[in-house]
Ligand binder design. Structure first.
Ligand code: SF4
Ligand code: SF4
Length: 400
């Protein structure tokens, strides 16, 4: 399908109509720098990383203040700040305490400000957790399952496993009553054990889990050893769906939540199920802005918060060009019964193997497996919750 956005000069895209809002920020206060050395991490030593040769990569207080002031103004009344890395806690607890002070200073009456942070949990202590609790942060903790699965790839700089340390971090979160969920990367270490992984998280009282499938390739487009096959991912999701179904009113699995949201006619929380890639932007440590975490590359830079307003950044032609990559429908997507939920998957997973945005999403087979299994029952469940049939667009979807 042709691009929905004609090619125009920078800053002229706004002539086309309303500019899609930047609805949240993914901020990297320590850039890609991390205190761990996980074998599968795509962010460490990325060739395309524009900052990898730079030694000191920490967001300064001036950049932080400019970020908070300008974004609170732009995003009123709902402002979403999410912190990620690398490892964002490397910026230090004082950095985040300052952030909360600045949010109080620049926020306006009636403004909703939410903060989230994704962490490997190594540096968490009572000081961090008191702050998270006081300001109601949502924390995502990276855990890949029981010890032997987690420690297969998640190493520290000395090459040793990190599970014990992460469990201490989890205890500190629990002790301080911090709201957290678990982010579990699916690799060859755990993808064949959905039951063990699910039971492990449930035994810890975890009731919100995000599974992230690993897909990294070599220069020839061959999957790296820890990458999972689409069929493995599909089986994992289907078996997890069966395990989760009796718990569905008290446990949340992000992918299943997102399918239910789409069936209810809402915009799913996960960008991979949106029509275009323009819901959030990434802010690097020095204020540079990019359209997606997977495309922090010179050619996709949208601007810098020191010299441009959010309104200007939002209407950069590069943002429109990137957003439209998702609309390049593969022939298989054009005839797919799940297109209106899936929207062709994630451009990273289309582009990742051979550098072509036109390719089919690497995990397409997995999506078809889980949609075939879950759409029918979820549709009934959503109708029960809504007290009405699911919206018409979703009616056409189910094979049931
Ligand atoms: S490329 Fe994938 S991860 Fe990035 S914004 Fe698009 S759907 Fe989201
Ligand atoms: S399930 Fe596969 S074919 Fe269908 S829309 Fe998604 S990526 Fe395309």
């Amino acid at each position: 399908m042709a691009s929905a956005f004609p090619i125009l000069g920078e800053n002229t895209a706004s002539l086309l109509g309303p500019v899609p809002r930047i609805s949240s920020l993914l901020i990297k206060p320590a850039s890609a720098v991390c205190n761990l050395d996980c074998a599968y991490c795509f962010y460490l030593d990325r060739e395309a990383d524009p900052y990898k040769a730079l030694p000191a990569r920490r967001m300064t207080e001036e950049t932080l203040e400019r970020l908070v002031d300008s974004y609170l103004f732009y995003s009123y009344p709902n402002s979403v700040f999410a912190f990620q890395g690398g490892e964002p806690t490397l910026a230090g607890a004082a950095f985040f305490e300052k952030l909360c002070e600045l949010q109080k200073q620049y926020g306006r009456d009636g403004q909703n400000v939410s903060n989230a942070l994704q962490t490997n949990g190594i540096l968490l202590d009572d000081r961090w957790c008191r702050l998270f609790h006081e300001y109601n942060w949502l924390i995502g903790l990276s855990v890949d399952g029981p010890e032997e699965m987690h420690d297969r790839y998640r190493f520290n700089k000395q090459g040793r496993g990190t599970w014990q340390k992460v469990m201490q971090g989890m205890e500190t979160l629990k002790k301080n009553k911090v709201e957290f969920n678990v982010l579990c990367v699916l690799s060859q270490a755990n993808v064949e054990n959905p039951k063990e992984v699910y039971k492990f998280f449930r035994s810890l009282g975890i009731d919100y889990i995000q599974y992230i499938p690993l897909a990294e390739f070599d220069h020839q487009g061959q999957p790296l050893p820890f990458t999972i096959a689409p069929e493995q991912y599909g089986r994992f999701l289907c078996e997890t769906f069966d395990l989760w179904w009796p718990d569905r009113r008290r446990v949340r699995i992000r992918f299943f939540d997102n399918i239910a949201e789409a069936l209810a006619g809402q915009k799913p929380g996960n960008c991979t199920m949106h029509e275009t890639c323009d819901s959030y932007v990434v802010v690097e440590y020095n204020g540079d802005v990019y359209p997606c975490d997977f495309f922090v590359e010179k050619s996709w830079k949208l601007g810098n918060i020191q010299t441009q307003s959010w309104a200007e950044i939002a209407r950069r032609q590069t943002r429109y060009t990137f957003a439209a990559k998702k609309t390049l429908a593969h022939p298989e997507c054009q005839v797919c019964e799940y297109q209106s939920i899936c929207h062709g998957g994630c451009p990273k997973l289309r582009h990742g193997r051979h550098g072509q945005f036109e390719d089919l999403d690497y995990f397409c087979q997995a999506y078809k497996m889980i949609y075939a299994k879950s759409v029918g029952p979820l549709k009934k469940e959503v109708a029960k919750i809504l007290g009405a049939p699911v919206p018409a667009a979703a009616q056409a979807l189910s094979p049931y």
